[in-house]
Design a protein around this ligand. Structure first.
Ligand SMILES: [Zn+2]
Length: 398
């Protein structure tokens, strides 16, 4: 499986690195311009050619790097075309995809400095020295997390922090193997990011997303304040401080989601789970409509895919399989008697037929399990208060 190591690079000759970055961006942008032009011109065939530009740039940035950029641009367009096909069939459920963009800062109109290095064209030594072609050298800062066969290295200049950030792809083996053959059933959401029943458990287990929501809200207040300050001071709506706050907000969110995914998968592993069945996310927007705070978070901020991707990613490390199933309808019927006559108020689910009261998301998780023929004892399928809640301590946020 593929993993990414992140570290920074301090170049021995930063100007030379900058020159290489400019070369890479210029090639990408020229190639992309040619392709966008052919794409938006209805009379033209899409222009996949790259030979002329490749020849022009190989002397500047090296042939292996020029080839990497051409390949990356090819795959950006290929994935755009395949998304476009999906979108045409699914306009209600998907956002319209964008064609491959330029490597530049849109507001400042500056080139983004981005260097691609082929897997066999760089070396990282034990003392942290990194060697690129043409005698370009530097030191890596930070510990690479993953050990394995090295893949492509992508290095981007971060203007906000004045750092060169490297993303190294590595091929690694899973760290663990499942210890049993149980399943876990999961309902994903925003207020409760993970609500799950793990086979063998005495109750469903729920993770609360409230700390994430309130943290997000606090950042919003700070961002609003910084915006009005920037407006007063220099009549602008943006500033370095605002950019930093947005960045921090996103990092805190991702960090919290990572913690939840890790805790959940670790719990599954300890319980002997080898398959996690996840209700897919298409219903998440409708499901959360009742809260305006959550709603605004879902639309502006919450990355639907991030939680699911993170669960998948963490599960892979443990050798656990993920199965995605269509969850539509899973929270509308009673898990005990199957009746669809129910009262739903906020998070409460009450069956009018058999009278059980339960947490709505818990009903979702149990129904996913029942639909899969899961092993769920009768005493688990009952009452509202029988959920083991997990609140993460996100105090470092505030
Ligand atoms: Zn019932």
């Amino acid at each position: 499986m593929k993993r990414t190591n992140r570290f920074n690079i301090e170049w021995d000759d930063p100007e030379e690195a900058e020159g290489l970055g400019i070369g890479c961006s210029t090639l990408w942008n020229k190639l992309n311009y040619k392709r966008r032009e052919s794409f938006f011109d209805e009379d033209k065939e899409f222009d996949w050619s790259s030979d002329v530009l490749y020849d022009e740039f190989k002397g500047w940035i090296g042939s292996a790097t020029a080839q990497q950029i051409v390949r990356k641009n090819n795959s950006a367009w290929k994935s755009y075309f395949s998304l476009l096909k999906k979108w045409v069939k699914n306009k209600d459920e998907m956002k319209e995809p964008n064609p491959a963009g330029y490597w530049k800062d849109r507001k400042k109109d500056e080139k983004e400095l981005r260097i691609l290095v082929r897997n066999d064209c760089y070396e990282i030594e034990d003392d942290g020295t990194i060697k690129l072609p043409f005698g370009r050298t530097g030191k890596i800062k930070g510990e690479p997390h993953w050990d394995g066969k090295q893949g492509r290295l992508e290095i981007v200049y971060d203007r906000l922090d004045d750092r060169w950030r490297a993303f190294q792809s590595v091929e690694v083996e899973p760290r663990h193997q499942p210890r049993g053959d149980k399943s876990a059933y999961v309902d994903l959401g925003v207020i409760y990011p993970v609500m799950t029943y793990i086979e063998g458990g005495e109750t469903t287990v729920g993770y609360s997303g409230r700390p994430i929501l309130s943290n997000w809200w606090l950042y919003n207040k700070q961002i609003d304040k910084a915006k009005s300050q920037a407006k007063e001071e220099n009549d602008r709506y943006t500033s370095e401080r605002i950019k930093r706050l947005f960045r921090q907000r996103k990092r805190k969110f991702k960090d919290a989601v990572r913690k939840i995914a890790h805790d959940f998968i670790e719990r599954c592993y300890q319980a002997g789970v080898d398959t996690v069945v996840v209700g897919d996310l298409t219903g998440i927007r409708e499901k959360e409509k009742w809260s305006s705070k959550a709603d605004s978070m879902v639309h502006n901020y919450w990355s639907h895919k991030y939680l699911a991707d993170r669960i998948r990613w963490t599960a892979e490390n443990y050798g656990i399989e993920i199965e995605l199933i269509d969850e539509r309808g899973t929270s509308s019927k009673c898990p005990k008697c199957g009746s669809e006559k129910k009262v739903r108020r906020g998070r409460l689910f009450k069956c009018k037929e058999c009278g059980i009261e339960a947490h709505r998301d818990s009903v979702g998780a149990l129904n996913i399990g029942l639909a899969q023929g899961g092993n769920i004892p009768a005493e688990v399928i009952n009452i509202y208060w029988k959920i083991r809640w997990i609140f993460h301590r996100f105090t470092e946020f505030y």
